[in-house]
Structure formats: structure tokens, C-alpha cells
Design a protein around this ligand. Structure first.
Ligand code: FE
Length: 340
């Protein structure tokens, strides 16, 4: 996907340069996004159809916060759509956001999925779960704590401990148990690894399918994408079963896709319209269907594959508290030599 995203970003840059005056027109909104075009394009089209507000999209796989920062008060960015508390937090730290004041957001988005300071709001959720070998794993429930149990020695595969997805999970562990216990746990998980952390979540499923390990750690939507939309990788999903792990006292770790309002948004009222619209029924159903995510809005029908994992009972730890432990988690990963 990266080459195409870079291409999209490049052409969008040209568009902005040529069309700058037009972007100041009233019924438009400029969205900077890390999300795949495949997902967001239909959503923006539906928004435009519904409201008459045109959406100009700049899509990239990295660097959007820096770009908004560099553009300064002239930035055309109205809305930033991003994924994972790591990137959300980076945007806030970069100072490129402003407070979202919206009764709709406050009403629809549960408090734990909103920034208490109003700088971001969750739109959808993804859970960090287990891809278990169908052949070699019989248990149907597991805790995150158990991943450090010596019974799994040499049986766990995972991507880098510094990847934002694992950083979020490990930060949640720190938020739950404190740094000392988290360190002990990380050492235990490291001792159970079948191989040096590598690849992405799909490759983790591949390695479980190949018999290199019995348990892989991955996000909920990758498994659904492999099963439903990627014939080449379907066997990797078919060899595994998704288990929704929980912390010992309950709750599956989830991360967010989120929306942020850009600091100098030139089309602020349209930006707020879009932000509210994204938590409406139409958009939320699209997030569930097209990207296999858990909607933040209650009452939306889950994609059948996602529903098939079982009932998600999400960790109630506020995402903001997880963000506060990101650095501690990253330090522990280095300290225990998780990736070595
Ligand atoms: Fe991903």
C-alpha cells in the first residue's frame, strides 16, 4: 500500500499548491489522513452526498503532524484522521490540534475513548488479540498475563516490541500493573518467544500457520482481512483461531482510530460537521463493514467475522491513561532487550 499512498500524497500536494484559493471556499473540508483510501473514500463520498460539503483528502503513511506544523497558520488542514494512541498522542504533542467542542461527540463517544482535554475523539476500535494455532492450541480463553507463563516457552510470535501496536498493549499493562510487574511480565513473554520479533501482524499469523509458533499476537482486523479479502493469505487465517484475551481481572486491550481538529482549521464549522458525521450511524456502519473495526457508537451491527471472535469486553482503562504510559513501556522494551 505504501507506494500508492505516497503517490496519493504527492498528487494531493500538487492539488493544494494549485488550488489554494479554492480550498478557502465555504463548503469544503480538508482532511489529512493516515487511513487507507479504500476505507475513507466511500465514507467521504457519503458525507458529501449527505451534506453537500466537499472533502479534499491528503493521504500519507507518515509525517502528517510535521507537515501541519510546518505549514503553520497557513495550513489548509481541517481534520486529521489517524490510528493508534501513539500517533494520536504524537499529533497532540506536536501542537497541531485544537479542542473539539461537540455535544454529539460527548454524547456518542464513551468517555474512555475521548481525550479529557478534548484534543481527540475515538471513531472506531481495534483489539490486540491472539491468533492461536487451531491444531496445537486447545484452550479457548487466555489472559495477557498468561503470555509470560513458562508453559508457552518457545511458542509465541510477535512483531517488534517498539511497534505502536505493542507499545499500546504494553503501556496498558503498565497502566494496569505498574512498571515493576510489567517489566517482570515482559521478561517472561520475551523468554517465551519462538523467534526474534519481526514482520507485521499478518506475518505473525503466517508463522503460526507454518508451525514456528503456537500463539501470535495481532490486531482483530488483519485476521478478518486475510480471511475475507486476501485469498493468498487466507490459509494463514484458516490455520489460526482468534482468541480475545483479557487482563486477569477482565478487559481486552483496544486501541483507537481517532479524529482530531487541526489547530488552524480554515473550515472549522465544516470540520466539526464532518467530525459529528463520523460518529453517525452511516459512517459507523461503514467502519464496521469496510475496515472490520469496532464502532464507538452503540447499536451498530458488527461485521460477522468480527462478531465471530466472541463478545468484546474492552479494557475500561481510559486511552488517555494508556498514552501516559507509552514512554515507560518503550523504556521497558529496551531494558529487557525484547527485540534482541
Ligand atoms: Fe494496522
Amino acid at each position: 500500500m505504501i507506494p500508492r499512498q505516497i503517490l496519493a500524497a504527492a498528487s494531493a500536494v500538487a492539488f493544494i499548491a494549485l488550488g489554494a484559493p479554492a480550498l478557502r471556499a465555504a463548503e469544503e473540508v480538508n482532511v489529512y489522513t493516515y487511513r487507507e483510501t479504500r476505507l475513507v473514500q466511500p465514507i467521504f463520498e457519503a458525507f458529501t452526498k449527505d451534506t453537500g460539503v466537499k472533502v479534499n483528502v491528503i493521504s500519507a503513511s507518515s509525517g502528517l503532524e510535521q507537515r501541519i506544523k510546518a505549514e503553520g497558520s497557513n495550513s489548509p488542514a481541517d481534520v486529521l484522521l489517524t490510528v493508534d494512541i501513539g500517533r494520536i498522542d504524537d499529533a497532540v504533542q506536536a501542537g497541531v490540534t485544537q479542542t473539539i467542542t461537540s455535544e454529539t461527540i460527548d454524547k456518542i463517544v464513551p468517555a474512555q475513548y475521548r481525550d479529557p482535554a478534548g484534543q481527540w475523539a475515538g471513531i472506531s476500535m481495534r483489539a490486540r488479540v491472539i491468533y492461536a494455532s487451531k491444531d496445537r492450541v486447545t484452550q479457548s480463553a487466555i489472559t495477557y498475563e498468561e503470555l509470560a507463563d513458562p508453559k508457552w516457552k518457545g511458542k509465541i510470535c510477535i512483531r517488534s516490541g517498539q511497534h505502536i501496536y505493542n507499545n499500546g498493549l504494553f503501556a496498558a499493562y503498565v497502566a494496569r500493573h505498574g512498571e515493576a510487574k510489567a517489566e517482570q511480565w515482559l521478561r517472561g513473554v520475551k523468554d517465551n518467544l519462538a523467534q526474534k520479533p519481526s514482520g507485521g501482524d499478518r506475518e505473525t499469523a503466517r508463522d503460526v500457520a507454518a508451525g514456528k509458533c503456537d500463539l501470535g499476537i495481532g490486531n482483530t482486523y488483519y485476521w478478518a482481512l486475510m480471511m475475507n479479502a486476501d485469498p493468498e493469505k487466507k490459509p494463514w487465517a484458516e490455520a489460526t483461531r482468534v482468541i480475545l484475551p483479557t487482563f486477569a481481572d477482565g478487559g481486552t486491550h483496544v486501541n483507537l482510530s481517532a479524529v482530531l481538529l487541526a489547530r488552524h482549521a480554515p473550515n472549522k464549522s465544516n470540520a466539526l460537521r464532518l467530525i459529528d458525521w463520523l460518529v453517525g450511524e452511516t459512517a459507523q456502519q461503514m467502519y464496521a463493514d469496510a475496515n472490520y473495526e469496532y464502532p464507538v457508537r452503540a447499536g451498530i451491527t458488527l461485521n460477522p467475522t468480527i462478531a465471530g471472535y466472541g463478545k468484546l469486553s474492552a479494557d475500561p482503562t481510559p486511552i488517555a491513561s494508556i498514552a501516559a504510559n507509552r514512554k515507560a513501556a518503550a523504556t521497558l522494551v529496551d531494558k529487557v532487550g525484547f527485540d534482541n
